[in-house]
Design a protein. Structure first.
Length: 334
C-alpha cells in the first residue's frame, strides 16, 4: 500500500509540474504585467506555505503536550506548557497580522503598477468576444483607420499596447497567461487591459469564462514580434485581398459566404463572421479548432457543425468541386 501511495503521489506531482510549462503558463511571463503578477503570486504562495508550516508546528506541539499529560502519573501536565502556549499564540497572532499587512500592501502596489499609464502612446487594439471566436481590430497609426482580423493577436515587442475588451453576445473572458491576468468581456461594456510584451514568440490564450457549448474551443494564439516585423505585418493587413479573380472568388461573392464574411477588395462584406481578407496568413481555423490545412479548410467549409457543434456557421451547401474552388481562393489570401 505504501508503494502504491508513493507512486500515486509521484504521478500527481509530475502532472502538476507538467501543467506549469508550455505555451499557456503563468510561470513563463512574457510581459511586464505578467511578471508583476507572477511575483505577487509567488509572494502569496510562500506566505501561505509558511503559515501552513507554522500551523503544523503548533499541531505537533499540541499532540506532544497531550501525550505528556496522559503519561504523567498524577494526570497533571507540565505547568510551563500553558505559558509556552500563550507565548506561541501571541507569536501566531503577530505573524498573521504581519502576513495580512504584507499581502495587502503587495496587492495594492501591484494594482497601482498594472494601472499605471504607458510612458509612450500605446498601440490601440479592440477585441470582441463572440460565440466562439475573437474579432480583433487594430488602429493603423498612419491612417487612423481600424483594420480587422480574427482569432490571432499580433503584438510588437517592447511597445505598450492598450486592449479594449467587450463582447457581442454573452460574457467571455480574455486570458493569455503569458501576457496578463484574466479580464471579463461583458456585453455593452468596454474593459481596458494594458500590456507591454517583453518576450518574442507564440503564446496561447483561452476564453476564461464559460460561454456555452464550445467554450473549450475558443482559443487565441498571440504572436509577439520585433517592431519592424509587426509593422510589416500590420501594413500587409491594411491591404485589400491580393488574390486574382477566380471561380472561388465568384462563389464567395455570390454564395452564402458573402452574407457573413468580409473579404476587403471584393463584394463580400458580411459582418456576422470573421474577416477573411488575409485568412491564409493565420496558423489555424475556427479559433484554434483546426490547423490551417487544405483538408481542414475544406472540412470546415463543408461541415462546420460536425467539427464544432453549436457554432453559428452553417454548412455552405457547396458541392465538392465548388468547395475546392473556394478553398483554392482562400489559400491565396495571405
Amino acid at each position: 500500500m505504501t508503494r502504491v501511495l508513493l507512486r500515486l503521489g509521484l504521478a500527481t506531482a509530475l502532472t502538476a509540474v507538467a501543467g506549469c510549462a508550455g505555451e499557456q503558463s503563468v510561470l513563463a511571463p512574457g510581459s511586464d504585467q505578467a511578471r508583476d503578477l507572477l511575483v505577487l503570486g509567488v509572494l502569496l504562495t510562500l506566505t501561505c506555505a509558511l503559515a501552513y508550516l507554522v500551523v503544523l508546528t503548533f499541531l505537533s506541539a499540541a499532540l506532544a503536550r497531550r501525550r505528556r499529560t496522559a503519561a504523567a502519573a498524577d494526570g497533571a501536565g507540565d505547568p510551563g506548557d500553558d505559558a509556552r502556549l500563550a507565548r506561541g499564540l501571541k507569536l501566531w497572532i503577530g505573524f498573521v497580522g504581519a502576513g495580512v499587512c504584507l499581502l495587502s500592501v503587495a496587492s495594492f502596489t501591484a494594482d497601482r503598477v498594472l494601472a499605471r499609464p504607458a510612458a509612450s502612446p500605446p498601440l490601440d487594439v479592440r477585441i470582441t468576444g463572440h460565440q466562439w471566436w475573437w474579432r480583433i481590430a487594430y488602429r493603423d497609426p498612419t491612417s487612423g483607420q481600424w483594420i480587422e482580423t480574427a482569432n490571432e493577436l499580433h503584438l510588437p515587442l517592447g511597445r505598450p499596447v492598450r486592449l479594449e475588451l467587450t463582447s457581442a453576445d454573452v460574457i467571455h473572458s480574455f486570458w493569455v497567461p503569458g501576457l496578463h491576468g484574466k479580464l471579463d468581456m461583458i456585453p455593452g461594456r468596454t474593459n481596458v487591459l494594458a500590456i507591454t510584451p517583453q518576450k518574442a514568440g507564440w503564446t496561447r490564450g483561452q476564453c476564461g469564462e464559460f460561454c456555452g457549448l464550445q467554450h473549450a474551443q475558443m482559443a487565441l494564439w498571440t504572436k509577439v514580434e520585433a517592431p519592424g516585423a509587426f509593422d510589416a505585418w500590420l501594413a500587409n493587413q491594411v491591404r485589400p485581398a491580393q488574390a486574382p479573380a477566380s471561380p472561388g472568388l465568384q462563389l464567395i461573392e455570390t454564395g452564402p459566404c458573402a452574407a457573413c464574411h468580409t473579404v476587403r477588395g471584393t463584394r463580400a462584406a458580411g459582418r456576422a463572421g470573421p474577416d477573411l481578407t488575409h485568412l491564409a496568413a493565420r496558423r489555424d481555423l475556427a479559433a484554434g479548432t483546426l490547423p490551417f490545412t487544405r483538408g481542414g479548410l475544406a472540412g470546415w467549409i463543408s461541415q462546420p457543425q460536425a467539427l464544432k457543434p453549436g457554432a453559428e456557421m452553417p454548412p455552405s451547401g457547396l458541392d465538392g468541386q465548388q468547395t475546392q474552388q473556394v478553398v483554392a481562393y482562400l489559400e491565396a489570401l495571405k
